[in-house]
Each structure stands twice: as C-alpha cells, then as structure tokens.
Design a protein around this ligand. Structure first.
Ligand code: IDP
Ligand code: MG
Length: 153
C-alpha cells in the first residue's frame, strides 16, 4: 500500500472546498491516515517548492501559501500517488480536465486548490516533512473487501 500527501491550499480553505475535496478522496476509497491544520513558513515552502526557487513567481507562490493555514492530509491506498495526482488534475486549473479537482474548482495556475505528491519517492519525503510518525495512523479499513479484490494488494 502506498501513502501520499495532499495539501489543501489556502484557495481550498478560503473558498469553503475542504469538505468537497476530502469527500472526493474518501468516496474514491482512499484511506485517511493523517490530517491536520498548519501554517506554512518560508523555510518549509523553500524546501517543499525547491524546484521553483529560481522562478520569478516564487515569492508570489510563497505569499499565496501563507494567506491562511492549510490542511495536510495523508492518504493510503494501492497506487495512491498516481490515483491522487490524476484526481487532482494538471497544474493549470483552466486546462485541467473537468472531473478533476482542479478542473472542477480552479481557474488558475497558482490558486489551484490542492498539492499532491508527484512520485512515490517524493511522497515519502513530503509525508516526513509534514507529519511526525505519531501523527500517521495504521488502522484497518473495514470496507477493504469492497474496495479491492484480494489479488490487488
Ligand atoms: P503541481 O502542483 O501540479 O505539481 P508544480 O510545477 O510542482 O505543479 O508547481 C507547484 C505549484 O506552484 C503549483 O501547484 C502552482 O500553485 C504553482 N505554480 C507552478 N507554476 C506556476 C506558474 O507558472 N505561475 C504561478 N504559479 C505556479
Ligand atoms: Mg509539483
């Protein structure tokens, strides 16, 4: 089973989309194994978005991510990283496929509702960045037999 990180960005918090977005992941069959509200700092954002550090809009992204607290969510499931990326949609909300989170709720490249880890290796690093071991939970998913066939895990 894989775990992945989702961040509900200030655009999700301020627009009242927290329930909608989390509900999509729950209904899909992903298990919530960690969740909390936190304030992001420049230090964490410079690490988290290190690949964008040289971009002219980096300062603006940091300001945007600090406009309100965010909610970090750890989700577990088979191929969770890819499933959650697909459900999130491409970066630019205007171009994201309808039916995806960004495609349904965002009109922006920057204000695009969610962050989702982009590979299993990144997911591990990002989960460690935002959760301590005691904040990640291992508990049975009681509907398991209705979510997966036993040859899938
Ligand atoms: P991703 O979130 O789809 O993985 P990344 O390229 O990793 O996309 O960029 C991280 C975040 O930085 C995006 O979700 C978006 O909020 C912001 N961002 C990326 N490119 C741009 C841009 O060209 N203008 C403004 N913001 C951007
Ligand atoms: Mg990314």
């Amino acid at each position: 089973m894989q775990k992945t990180l989702v961040i509900l960005k200030p655009s999700a918090i301020q627009r009242g989309l927290v329930g909608e977005v989390i509900s999509r992941f729950e209904k899909k069959g992903l298990q919530i194994v960690g969740m909390k509200m936190i304030s992001l700092t420049d230090e964490v954002l410079e690490e988290h978005y290190a690949h964008l550090k040289e971009k002219p809009f980096f300062q603006r992204i940091k300001e945007s991510m600090k406009m309100s607290p965010v909610i970090v969510v750890a989700l577990k499931g088979i191929d969770a990283v890819e499933v959650v990326r697909k459900m999130s949609g491409t970066t630019n909300g205007r171009e994201a496929q309808p039916g995806t989170i960004r495609g349904d709720y965002s009109m922006s490249v920057q204000e695009n509702i969610v962050h989702a880890s982009d590979s299993p290796a990144t997911a591990e690093i990002e989960l460690e960045r935002f959760f301590s071991p005691t904040e990640l939970f291992d508990y049975p998913q009681l509907m398991h037999v209705h979510i997966y066939a036993n040859d899938e895990y």
